[in-house]
Write a protein that binds this ligand. Sequence first.
Ligand code: GAL
Length: 690
Amino acid sequence: MLTRKNTEIIFGGDYFPEQWPQDTWKEDIRLMKQANVNMVSIGIFSWALIQPDENTFTFDWLDKIMDMLAANNIDVCLGTATAAQPNWLTRKYDDILFVRESGEQVPYGSRQTYCVNSPSYRKAIRLLAEKMATHYKGHKALALWHINNEYANKNSMCFCKNCEKAFRGWLQKKYGTIDNLNESWGTVFWSEKYSAWEEINTPRASAGGRNATKLLDYKRFLSESFFTLYLEEYNVIRPITPDVPITSNFEGDWSKFDHYLFRNHLDVVSFNIYPDPGNPDARKWAALRHTMMRSLLGKPFMVMEQAPSQVDWYPVNIPKPPGLMRLWSYQALAHGSDSVMYFQWRASKKGAEKYHSGMVPHFGENSRVFKEISDLGNELKKAKDIVGSTVDSKVAILLDNDSWWAVDNPYGHGTKSLDNEVFWSANGQPFPTVLVSYFGELEYYFNAFYDLNIPVDVIPVDYDFSKYKVIVAPILHMVKPGFKETIENFVKKGGTFITTYFTGVIDESVGVFLDGYIGPLKDVLGVKVEEYNPLPPGGKNAMKMTGTIKGFKKKYGCSIWCDVAHTTSAKTLATFVEGYYTGSPSFTENQFGNGKAYYVATRPDKDFMRDFLSKIADAQGIKISQLPEGVELVTRSGYGRNYGFYLNHSGTKKLVTLPKGKYEDLLTGIAHQGTLNLVKYGVSILRKTK
Ligand code: GAL
């Protein structure tokens, strides 16, 4: 259950009544009822109003709106208001603002300027959380706590003295002795040996390449700091309101901290999704993000924010044309969301976000956008049976933050500098190529499954694999202790394992595996890698199949990277055709116990991905759905029923051939058999009746 009620799809958005005169509030409630809004998120950025100075807390205005919402049967997802601290707090304590890598303390004047490890900030949020929870305990409208907002969005990296101190403490706990640390970090290299904990500084840009283990440890430390920051509030609120579920609204960018750390302390996963309507692959982009959120707890999640129309932070902000907002809302539901919520209820008149769309636009209720919103809000009543069901995947893609941080390094190749605005990777060190991307490869494999309408989960490396038939590990650069055994067991029992180039290169402490990359995965894959050849921009090689294999063409193009590998027990299915390593394996298969392990030594073109993954799906009895171009199918199941979401993302009408049986459309009540017509941006949710 997502919230106390949870028998309906949650529909609503971020609501900032404090930005409007109280007369408007009545109007808001009227329009909310009209649009069938049943939940709003409030309070998120209202700290300065709730606590005007250190010793005063005032809840009058918030009480008033909470009561109005309760009287109208609209639930509240209550923000703890900690995502933007008041100026008086910032000015009073000099440790609040985060410090950029350049050493500059960020000026105040926006949100998320706080340092994740600031003792003064942490003390203040504990007190605020306690006041909020005590004050609203038992309030009829309170359905869900919304702790902070978008952790790490702007302040993911801090290099202040408090972080430095906390980092030393973290290292002491991890390594025990300075000798262990020196050993793990390999500080013998470039005379970096530390003789006391006090010598350890934060890994700010130095004269040249930095210590890779130190960089990764600092990233791990900050990632954990965001989790412990969350716990500061969680631990206060939970005992005061034990029956009210708790969430934190995630940004959806998993590179900034390891989201899996939160797994055991979240009742509901919620996040924000803002695909660019100008991106032709927006639907795949969104599908992956929904999938990651659903997989985090393996149950329905919440879309806490999406845009009613355009955002205001892409270089060019294209509105969602008629029908697209509805379609993308159903896409979220298809992938396992039990809510459709927006940023924000009423488009702002002032402040930084006045060009961002709202459910009630500046134009008011007689607008296209509000009409589409209220039509959808009312239509969703018909789809309420899907609540609580989820997507059942037999394929899982592994996401490992350590491998990600060790590989994706947009600033780390000598020229780019580290900044909070730029994705920060642990890898501020010389590197084989800027063209390889951990997350890019993950996305490439996800999209290939998406194109075959095969549902996947995205899970961490230490997860229980028993429900899956196929595990895919794109660029599993770091192999941690225990993974070798887990994956060998999985394959032995009949599972299929797929991995790629640049896998198994480093261990937990960023030390290279000797005697062949692929490292501990050598046995399961029957391969070891001697060297690698990153290809120049635009460079190509090809994979030539070693024989005629059903379902495969003779040859496929490939790019970005070629591992130069040797098989031990694996069968070579394709070889490279160019370079000094012509004839070396580019694609192998290893029978291991009852299962098979595949190794792809390069980035194959899309036709290979289609043929390869179709073959894997066939072999494992996983259904592939052939649909017209631009049509997506996702099935949610639960309580003995299946709901097939047919989503037409294309600009033209499409005719879909249905599997055998009779179906009923949840939204229209119309019966379907044989075929289904979908108009442009059309949606059908089909339940089998016979
Ligand atoms: C989110 C944020 C909201 C709002 C929105 C605009 O990242 O949580 O407060 O700024 O973006 O798209």
